[in-house]
Ligand binder design. Structure first.
Ligand code: GLN
Length: 522
């Protein structure tokens, strides 16, 4: 029988519910429990697949091809487990299921209502992963308490608390304790109000996690406990951390896991074994070298759009004991005239995934620079497609080479096998022939040109075993030039940093060392 922990948010959005949920899950996992996390999003889109990155940040793709919220990326990176379609549910999906059932006549002529039909469907999905052998299922409820669209989810939690045995359900409320610098004081009132809102909806949080820029004094903790109807030990301080990967350790110091287990009547398991995690953090915090990587994209002003790539750099940097400084470069502003000046200071270039034609000429110009100058290059999805076009145009002389991006097509989504070529760089990096990576794209490398491209020095070093589609290209006569049709960033975790990122950063580090020895007078 699984236990359910619900994580709600109050006062404001962007408090980091995903990171708190993932950190709590990490601690419970490190004590020997099997844990999964799911996210319920209150918006009406059926999934975030069609949402603009400006609205929603990166769309994270799971093994089974679900297009999901980027918090699922944090869950996978922290827990080193795979999530699936079942781990992300939106209001749109709930309504779609209920309306389809209604059309099929499943409600036998009854009036279909928010309560009980919508809340029943929410509860069914909340409990779904609980039947799959997990000890603990953590459910993050998106949005902020008090939003109209969150209400059915809070109501579902209220009902579940009645339906399940007392000890099987726990509510953690994440809130903000703002600091008023004029008064030099932390303020608890917004938190009091948000907890009051929850209790008006029939849900009393068991644990209050407080985001704060200053330490919570015992006095403040007492006050929060008193007004929010929890024990003082259940008031948890979540101070700002220098990296999200510190948060599990901060939560361990605050004993968030211990308090949860005690309230759920579970034995403590063993002390959390976080040796590997701490080893990673040490390397992350005390790097021995630094590389500058240009991230060429069109959403560069928006960090969330490339979340998984940025995190994969953090993992790969730690392995290489190297700080990865990411230089965001807007693809729309790269021209043949300014490309030298923009890219010369870099140690490596990553051309980002993307959709639509905006900014792709700048990407092609950047690829050309990397190819001709021997700058380590890593192209992901659209980035690989741009590398193929650049090669076709400038090496084969096919000046009209382009993408048919504007035609409609269906999406290749989720995990596909890829066979790597013997003697290729990718084979060496992966260390084995068959790999599996996740996809999210409509267009493919055009095999009509493959022979010509290979004769001119490009190697199709990864192919889909069933369709022959080109999944990886590389340039053997280049220090590091790899383009991949899939998204390796989605599978990089703290415990399993992705080898393509690890080797890319190693190549960038070698480039930086070469560049600095070239500068030294001999
Ligand atoms: N727009 C390209 C395609 O659909 C690349 C997609 C991507 O980079 N994820 O194939």
């Amino acid at each position: 029988m699984a236990k359910y922990i619900f994580v709600t948010g109050g006062v404001t959005s962007s408090l980091g519910k995903g990171i708190i949920s993932a950190s709590l899950a990490k601690l419970l996992q490190a004590r020997g429990f099997t844990v999964t996390i799911q996210k319920f999003d209150p918006y009406i889109n059926v999934d975030p697949g069609t949402l603009n990155p400006y609205e929603h940040g990166e769309c994270y793709v799971t093994e089974d091809g679900a297009e999901t919220d980027l918090d699922l990326g944090h869950y996978e990176r922290f827990l080193n487990i795979h999530t699936s379609q079942a781990n992300n549910v939106t209001t749109g999906r709930i309504y779609q299921t209920v309306i389809n059932k209604e059309r099929e006549g499943a409600y036998l002529g009854k009036t279909v209502q928010v309560i009980p039909h919508i809340t029943d469907e929410i509860k069914r999905r909340m409990k779904l992963l609980g039947t799959q052998g997990y000890d603990i299922v953590i459910t993050e409820i998106g949005g902020t308490v008090g939003d109209i669209e969150s209400l059915p989810f809070i109501e579902a939690v209220r009902q579940l608390q009645w339906e399940l045995p007392d000890e099987d359900c726990l509510v953690v409320h994440l809130t903000l304790i703002p600091y008023l610098s004029a008064a030099k004081e932390l303020k608890t009132k917004p938190t009091q109000h948000s907890v009051k809102l929850m209790s008006e909806n029939g849900v009393n949080p068991d644990i209050i996690v407080c985001r704060t820029e200053h330490p919570l004094s015992p006095e403040i903790r007492r006050k929060i406990a008193l007004f929010c109807n929890v024990k003082q030990e259940a008031v948890i301080e979540a101070a700002d951390a220098s990296t999200i990967y510190e948060v599990p350790l901060a939560m361990m110091r605050e004993q968030l896991d211990v308090i949860c287990l005690r309230k759920m009547g579970l034995s403590m398991g063993h002390e959390p074994d976080l040796r590997a995690w701490k080893g990673f953090l040490d390397k992350l915090k005390y790097p021995k070298a630094k590389v500058s990587i240009g991230l060429i994209g069109k959403y560069i002003e928006l960090q969330d759009a490339y979340k998984s790539i940025l995190e994969a750099f953090v993992h790969a940097g730690a392995v290489n004991e190297c700080k990865v400084e990411v230089v965001n470069i807007h693809s729309e502003f790269i021209t043949p005239e300014n490309v030298d000046e923009k890219l010369a200071p870099l140690d490596g270039l990553l051309v980002a995934p993307g959709f639509g034609l905006r900014g792709i000429e700048g990407k092609i110009t950047a690829v050309r620079y990397a190819r001709e100058q021997g700058l380590p290059f890593f192209g992901i999805c659209l980035g690989m497609q741009m590398a193929a076009i650049e090669f076709a145009r400038n090496v084969l002389g096919l000046s009209g080479a382009h993408s048919t991006e504007m035609d409609p097509g269906t999406m290749r989504l989720g995990a596909y096998d890829c066979d790597t070529a013997p003697d290729s760089l990718v084979r060496k990096i992966y260390g084995h022939a068959r790999v599996s990576e996740r996809h999210r794209h409509r267009w493919e490398f055009n095999n009509t040109y493959l022979d010509d491209m290979e004769r001119a020095g490009l190697l199709a070093s990864g192919r889909n075993p069933e369709t022959g589609l080109v999944e990886v290209i590389e340039l053997p006569n280049h220090p590091y030039f790899i383009g991949v049709q899939f998204h390796p960033e989605l599978k990089s975790t703290v415990e399993n940093p992705h080898p393509l990122f690890v080797h890319f950063i190693a190549a960038a580090r070698a480039h930086a060392e070469r560049a600095s020895s070239d500068r030294k007078p001999s």
